[in-house]
Design a protein around this ligand. Sequence first.
Ligand code: 5GP
Length: 193
Amino acid sequence: MKELREAIKTYGRGLGNDVVKVDMFLNHRIDTALLYRMGEEFAARFKEDRPTVILTVEASGIAMAVAAAHALGDLPVVFAKKGATVVQSPDVAQAKVYSFTHKRENIIRVDKRYLPIGSRVLIIDDFLADGQACQGMMALCAQLSCKVAGIGIAIEKGFMPGGKNLRAMGVHLESLAIVTGIEDGKILLADDD
Ligand code: 5GP
């Protein structure tokens, strides 16, 4: 998506050789015009998959999930909560996710009432790196007998294995921008995504 690529080129910063900082427009300060355009772009790419609900994980995924949900006809958005709770509850589905940014394992969980059996779930997140967050959300869907209608990502780090693994599983994965590498703080982007 051209506008997102332009924003990454203008404001994005690379940390080390594998972290992309987009705090200026996506993760801390939000460029709302760009956010709503991203919502429309997700809707265009996934409307044929007929999602009935959007699932994301707190916190950075929520804004873009809401933008996409609105563009898809005001679908509900469910966000998995993060925390250390491992207390089993009959009302909650949970999965373990190793956090790329915090370098620790989180439990993500959703209340079963919010993803009814048979829901067609569109998973949305800001970044795709190793694919742990997406795999965790897919595990929640499987536990709750929901179908994963697709996975929409704002920024895929194409030099990490998450995208390749999800595509190999046959999931409909769409990334609005693909980072191919980081060199001296500069973010390298695929031209076409
Ligand atoms: P994964 O689970 O695919 O390894 O990583 C995805 C999750 O880690 C996303 O939910 C995102 O919050 C975070 N993440 C991964 N890589 C980056 C990055 O380069 N920059 C930022 N800001 N977050 C990232």
